[in-house]
Design a protein around this ligand. Structure first.
Ligand SMILES: [Mg+2]
Length: 207
């Protein structure tokens, strides 16, 4: 593979850790109160706690449902509340320089407005954010990566996705992008998935 022409970053636990400070158990309770016993979509295992996986799987399942906006808003209250506690992931401050002028985008399961505010809070500049949006199938589908690459004007096959979770990897495979993991646990990825110790190493390791 030639050197990537652009990078696609996951946000949560890749650029900034918001997830660890988000009360997804409360979000799931609010979501369930709103939509009832909605089965979640079939999604990959992830090294997230059970309420986080369930919340995201239900939102994926609701993508064609008119209640999606209300459901997403109920969850985003809890995500937004965690912004003051959120922590930068190692290497965030050097990530832009490591990209060496190549464009990048953020593809996240968070709503775009929450994503923008949390990245602003950590001083990470970004033009293109593809957030939670019922018109774009969420990770683990690759649609958000394809959309991000289009907005950057780079073929998605010439992009490398960097993310902490199996959903990011699945989305990269689905989109035809490259992938490098920045795992936060030993069980994040099967052993055949390339990983780096932190964000800057991932960017520099990209072929
Ligand atoms: Mg993540």
């Amino acid at each position: 593979m030639p050197p990537p022409r652009a990078f696609l970053f996951d946000l949560d636990r890749t650029l900034v850790d918001l997830q660890s400070f988000t009360d997804y158990a409360a979000a799931l309770r609010d979501l369930t109160a709103l939509v009832g016993d909605q089965p979640g979509a079939t999604v990959p295992d992830a090294d997230w706690d059970a309420p986080t996986v369930s919340t995201m799987a239900i939102l994926v399942a609701l993508s064609d449902d008119p209640r999606w906006h209300e459901a997403s808003a109920a969850v985003s209250v809890h995500e937004r509340a965690a912004i003051p506690q959120s922590q930068p992931m190692p290497g965030l401050g050097d990530a832009v320089e490591a990209c060496a002028g190549r464009p990048y985008a953020v593809v996240t399961l968070l709503p775009s407005d929450v994503a923008r505010d949390v990245l602003d809070a950590h001083g990470f500049p970004v033009d293109v954010i593809i957030g939670r949006d019922p018109r774009i199938r969420a990770k683990p589908f690759g649609d958000g990566l394809v959309e991000a690459a289009e907005r950057l004007g780079v073929p998605v096959t010439e992009c490398v996705m960097i993310g902490d979770s199996s959903w990011d990897h699945a989305a990269a495979v689905d989109a035809g992008a490259g992938f490098i993991g920045v795992p936060v646990s030993a069980t994040a990825f099967p052993s055949d998935v390339p990983v780096a110790r932190h964000l800057v190493e991932a960017i520099e390791r990209a072929p």
